[in-house]
Design a binder for this molecule. Structure first.
Ligand SMILES: [Zn+2]
Ligand SMILES: [Zn+2]
Length: 162
């Protein structure tokens, strides 16, 4: 989606607002985004400075990194950017270029979301994961394995080293 922001860039006090939905199309084995992302975007010109504020809501479906349970979660983010018609050496990193006063909005938000997305997603903060020995999901209760008893594989290794 290419936004034409010429009016905002050229008139102080001008405001442009848009609400829309778009698909992330970044599904992998580990995570998918079955529903479109909802975005509310506000671009305004304050004393010649053009800023963009975006609120996004995305539902991610994933396998918990610890216990592998299939989980879905709504992620909400707020992003802020300063837009410039062309990048210079001084403003290169912080600003977003809008060549000819136009902006690829979806592309920008897509990048924003993927930068914020945690590398590891858990079904819940305190997920207890799977038992290393029997593989039981410990969120469903104790498995009865003796955690103090050394791992038989480790014990065999120790015996070899002695
Ligand atoms: Zn989990
Ligand atoms: Zn166990």
């Amino acid at each position: 989606m290419l936004l034409d922001l010429k009016k905002v860039f050229l008139s102080e006090g001008e405001i442009f607002e848009i609400s829309f939905e778009f698909y992330l199309n970044e599904d992998t084995q580990l995570r998918s985004f079955p529903k479109p992302v909802k975005a509310n975007v506000l671009v305004r010109n304050r004393a010649g400075l053009v800023t963009l504020d975006a609120d996004v809501e995305a539902e991610v479906v994933f396998d918990c990194d610890r216990c592998t349970a299939n989980t879905s979660r709504i992620l909400t983010y707020h992003f802020e950017h300063i837009l410039v018609p062309s990048l210079s050496e001084e403003n290169g990193d912080e600003y977003i270029e809008a060549p000819d006063y136009s902006l690829e909005l979806e592309e920008l938000l897509r990048d924003d979301i993927f930068l914020e997305l945690p590398v590891k997603l858990l079904c819940r903060e305190d997920c207890r994961g799977l038992c290393q020995r029997c593989g039981k999901n410990l969120n469903d209760g104790e498995c009865g394995c003796n955690k103090n008893e050394p791992d038989p594989r480790l014990a065999a290794l120790k015996a070899l080293l002695q």
